[in-house]
Design a protein around this ligand. Structure first.
Ligand code: NAP
Length: 504
């Protein structure tokens, strides 16, 4: 490992257009928790004078990295090379403790500053990345740094390999959303530092989290070499509430874990490459994955039906992967379990108590599929109602239940209604899949969780029905995942509170 884990620095880059704004940024970054601040001098509208740099750096409460990046390395400095280096010399004289210079550039006479020797590729992961890193590490520079754009999160893992294998304290970062894992797990593998922006949109490279996300959401200070790693795979995945919920659960229970969003483009090959990347690196301590659209079927294919429970196999999709320390994968579908348990808990019955109860399911998409499979498995008298009748027919035939048009749900004689359509979901909160609650209905379950109370649930409340919300289902599936992965009881109330507060 390149450096002691306790030394992994949280570095905040400042890309301010004026010296005054940069001075204010230094104070703000220091109070936000930065261990180091990178002053991107190339972003200044006017090249700084030595006197300005003296004033800027004299009072900094934390050590400063001075960087004056030329345009061919993704920077903004357009002057001559001599002028560029002269500014760095003035920064070193003014007290910058680290100077960043680019690959192929020789350092100046900066005896009191450490040298970061860097290479950036904003387009790809270079084929000769290993050679580049070796070349940077072989110079007299103190800290080799590479930043590259990965094709996917499997390539982002390469950054962690570099940090582990390079004999000097190293910075290696994969950029973009798919590279986020390399920025957060930098601490686990003992990188010299990772970069986090002061606020959203203020970063110096694509994919930088904010410092408050790193500290508060990903619990930066709790990450160590022993931390177990989890994540949610999806495309898109940036909107997912799961990182907030699971990281809060780890925090509340003192479990040594971190949970990350993993963007994987559609396609089984992309999915499999990432899983192979995790299994090739047992030192990562990757123990579990949530899986969301469009990868739930890919997940089942990757894990293999023999390693999943019977209902997951029938559904043909899983949303949970558990990775044992020996690399064995297990698949579960906590979507169906979360939904059925939300319903049964509210009705105060066991799953088996669903037998012969009449249930009308609205919708025939992915959520309906998991719920219909489970209802039929537990013997409920299920009817699938869908706008596109042929989809209802296909689903009903597969699981051996009835089907009908969506408008026939208004005259259902079912005791339980479960909405699995997206009708009523934000932003169309004025819509409902049922114009009125039929008289036979005693329980209404809306799988939608945004808004927390849909129009359908509001109508059901007026009709004195028992209500089951999409939030109950969502929290249940996260609770199931937490317990599968950690073997500990989940802090359900904390998880629910985080989800509810995120949903406003
Ligand atoms: P999906 O596969 O795209 O299916 C959407 C369903 O909604 C289809 O049956 C579709 O009917 C129907 N639909 C869409 N617009 C409609 C309209 N204007 N009128 C009537 N029917 C309409 O989506 P999904 O993944 O199953 O998700 C469905 C719902 O489940 C979403 O609202 C989501 O919030 C919820 N969900 C909740 C959780 C949770 O944890 N609480 C988890 C997963 C999903 P057609 O077949 O005719 O297009």
């Amino acid at each position: 490992m390149a450096s002691g884990i306790e030394n992994t620095r949280l570095i905040v880059p400042l890309t301010c257009p004026t010296i005054d704004e940069m001075a204010a940024g230094i104070l703000a970054a220091a109070s936000a928790g930065a261990d180091l601040i990178e002053c991107r001098l190339d972003y200044l509208e006017t090249p700084p004078t030595p006197a300005e740099l003296d004033k800027l750096l004299a009072d900094s409460p934390v050590e400063i990295i001075a960087t004056n990046r030329p345009t061919d390395q993704g920077g903004h400095f357009t002057g001559s090379e001599a002028d560029r280096l002269a500014i760095l010399t003035a920064a070193a004289t003014a007290g910058a403790k680290l100077i960043d210079i680019e690959r192929g550039v020789s350092s100046g006479d900066w005896p009191d500053a450490k040298i970061i020797h860097s290479h950036h590729d904003f387009d790809r992961c270079p084929d000769d990345l290993g050679t580049i890193v070796d070349e940077l590490a072989a110079t007299s520079a103190d800290i080799p740094k590479v930043a590259f754009m990965p094709a996917g999160p499997d390539e982002a893992l390469v950054a962690l390999d570099i940090i582990r294998q390079t004999p000097k304290p190293t910075i290696a970062l994969a950029m973009g959303e798919a590279g986020l894992l390399s920025r957060i797990l930098a601490r686990k593998v003992g990188a010299f530092g990772t970069f986090a922006s002061l606020s959203a949109g203020a970063g110096s490279a694509p994919g930088q989290p904010t410092i408050s996300e790193l500290i508060d959401l990903y619990r930066w200070e709790s990450i160590s070499a022993t931390t177990n790693v989890f994540g949610v795979i999806g495309c898109p995945v940036g909107h997912s509430m799961s990182p907030a919920i699971h990281n809060a659960a780890f925090d509340a229970t003192g479990y040594d874990g971190v949970y990350l969003p993993i963007l994987i483009q559609p396609g089984g090959d992309n999915f499999n490459r990432f899983i192979d990347g995790l299994l090739d690196r047992p030192w990562l301590g990757w123990r579990g994955l949530s899986v969301t659209l469009p990868h739930k079927e890919n997940a089942l294919a990757c894990v293999g039906g023999d390693n999943c429970d019977e209902l997951s196999r029938r559904i043909g999709a899983i949303n949970t992967i558990t990775i044992d320390p020996d690399g064995t994968l297990r698949g579960d579908n906590s979507d169906y379990a979360g939904a059925i348990d939300a319903l049964c808990n509210k009705m105060q019955i066991a799953r088996e108590g669903l037998a012969e109860r009449a249930v009308a399911v609205l919708g025939a998409g992915g959520a309906a599929r998991a719920i219909v499979a489970a209802l039929c498995y537990y013997g409920a008298e299920t009817t699938v109602h869908n706008r596109t009748l042929s989809r209802a027919e296909t689903l009903a035939e597969e699981f051996g239940c009835k089907f009908a048009a969506i408008d026939k749900a208004s005259s259902t004689e079912a005791q339980i209604i479960i909405n699995c359509t997206s009708v009523g979901m934000h932003p169309n909160t004025g819509a409902t899949p049922l114009p009125a609650i039929p008289p036979s209905v005693e329980v209404v379950f809306d799988t939608i969780y945004n808004p927390l109370e849909t129009l359908l649930l509001a109508d059901a409340k007026k009709a004195n029905c028992l209500l089951v919300s999409g939030l109950d289902m969502f929290v249940n599936q996260a609770v199931t995942q937490f317990e599968l992965w950690t073997g500990q009881p989940a802090p359900r109330d904390v998880m629910r509170q985080v989800a509810a507060s995120r949903l406003g």
